[in-house]
Design a protein around this ligand. Structure first.
Ligand code: B12
Ligand code: SF4
Ligand code: SF4
Length: 378
């Protein structure tokens, strides 16, 4: 077949758009995935994400629903490992944000680069293309496209592992109306390793390649808008947005090459290890200044405050006690007050009784009252 571009030309056009890891697959439907996804949904593994319906899953496995004349899918992986970083030793009680969310929102970064890539392609071919760029829209299963395009392979934590970068990559796709030379899937697997399964703090990797999202800290801190199940709270440790444990323990991900991509660089320490007290009392303006234009925005200000009180309760540090007492008495959100009741009791046990009793006498919100009652009777 006469390809309009060679593999090499395609790779250098992608590199000119700052996309260094790309692979190509056909626009054929992902037939096996459709069945896997409907079983996955029926088993409740994505419960709580109401947009994740069987119909949407079926559509997401068929590129013809997403593009009028799809011929090829270019899968892109943007690496972001910038080397080991520890929280500052400044005596401040701090939480932890997952690494992918430290810098600019990856949706914006990937979309800009993929659009630049399409423009470069059009210039090289001398004609316009019918294209669609996708990133994390759940309109296509990004990992399935990456696996079929040979960009990476599935780890048992269900992450796509990319040679030289492990799972420290964000994924996107460009669907095009032209045929391109395709790549073969990589023939790799985890062997006997199961570190991610044994280290997952909440047991969310229920079997290899299968995540029970309602138990995953990433889901709990970002997608869950209401009450976090009590039995999972103490396992969330200091995570306030996302979780990197199943990647941090992975030997492939640990061997990732360092990339200094300014788009993924944090603006300040608060984008990596935020001060928990500040998160509890943040105003909308402060929230916007720190987290506007980053993926953290998705969790919303009150969601982060709720996550922060849990992290304070899990800190084991008595300096968290007055912060929690104040949150329990004065926070404007009943969601935060309710979680603060659990956190305070978890931190100091019986010593919380007087504050809990005082607050119970004044509390009017049903959720916060129920949490106070549970803490008092625990
Ligand atoms: C919903 C969602 C979540 C949910 C559910 C995750 C899940 N694993 O199901 C929650 C909120 C929990 C979540 C968490 C995270 N997510 Co998320 N999430 C998504 C989203 C929007 C849809 C994923 C989906 O369809 N899940 C349903 C399952 C069934 O599909 P899957 O995850 O692709 O899993 C595949 C494997 O299970 C495989 N498989 C099944 N059986 C078998 C058997 C064998 C033998 C093999 C080899 C494979 C295999 O097939 C499945 C389909 O491809 C995608 C974006 C997108 N549009 O695809 C991002 C995405 C998957 N998330 C991403 C990231 C970065 C994360 C977090 C790391 C964020 C964080 N640090 O907190 C965590 C990681 C948790 C984990 N271990 O998966 C990246 C993953 C990048 C990568 N390198 O793989 C994606 C692709 C976003 C992006 N555009 O880059 N996420
Ligand atoms: S992101 Fe955290 S909670 Fe979710 S599967 Fe990985 S280790 Fe478990
Ligand atoms: S930790 Fe081990 S089992 Fe898990 S993804 Fe990495 S190599 Fe695979």
């Amino acid at each position: 077949m006469n390809w309009p571009l060679s593999r090499h030309e395609l790779a250098s056009l992608a590199a000119s758009a700052r996309l260094r890891v790309v692979g190509v697959t056909t626009a054929e439907p992902f037939i096996e995935l459709a069945g896997f996804l409907s079983d996955h949904i029926a088993a409740g593994h994505v419960a709580g994400m109401h947009w994740f319906t069987a119909q949407r899953a079926e559509e997401s496995t068929n590129p013809a629903v997403l593009h009028p004349c799809p011929r090829s899918i270019v899968s892109v992986a943007v690496p972001f490992w910038s080397g080991p970083v520890s929280p500052p030793n400044d005596g401040v009680l701090r939480g932890r944000i997952a690494r992918y969310a430290w810098g600019r929102d990856y949706h914006l970064v990937l979309r800009e680069r993929m659009r630049a890539f399409v423009s470069a392609l059009e210039a090289a071919l001398g004609r316009s293309l019918i294209s669609r760029t996708l990133v994390d829209t759940a309109r296509i299963v990004d990992r399935a496209a990456a696996a079929r395009a040979g960009v990476g392979w599935y780890g048992k934590n269900s992450m796509i592992l990319v040679p030289n970068h492990g799972s420290w990559v964000m994924l996107g796709e460009v669907i095009l109306d032209i045929d391109l030379p395709t790549d073969l899937p990589l023939v790799r697997d985890c062997g006997r390793c199961a570190l991610c399964i044994t280290h997952c703090p909440t047991g969310a990797i229920v079997e290899q390649y299968r995540i029970h999202a309602p138990a995953c800290i990433s889901y709990l801190t970002i997608e869950e808008r209401g009450c976090i199940p009590r039995d999972l709270r103490s396992h969330m440790h200091d995570w306030v947005f996302g979780c990197d444990v199943c990647q941090d323990v992975c030997p492939y991900t640990n061997a990732a090459a360092r990339v200094d991509d300014p788009d993924f660089a944090p603006r300040s320490v608060e984008n990596m290890f935020p001060a928990l007290k500040s998160l509890v009392w943040m105003t909308d303006t402060q929230f916007q200044a720190l987290y506007g234009g980053t993926a953290v925005k998705r969790a919303k200000r009150v969601g982060l405050a709720r996550n922060a009180v849990l992290a304070l309760g899990n800190s084991g540090d008595l300096r968290a006690q007055p912060i929690l007492e104040q949150a329990l008495r004065e926070h404007e959100s009943p969601l935060v007050r309710g979680h603060a009741a659990w956190a305070l009791h978890h931190l100091v046990g019986e010593d919380a009784r007087k504050t809990l009793r005082d607050c119970y006498a004044r509390e009017v919100d049903a959720f916060a009252r129920a949490e106070l009652e549970t803490a008092l009777t625990a």
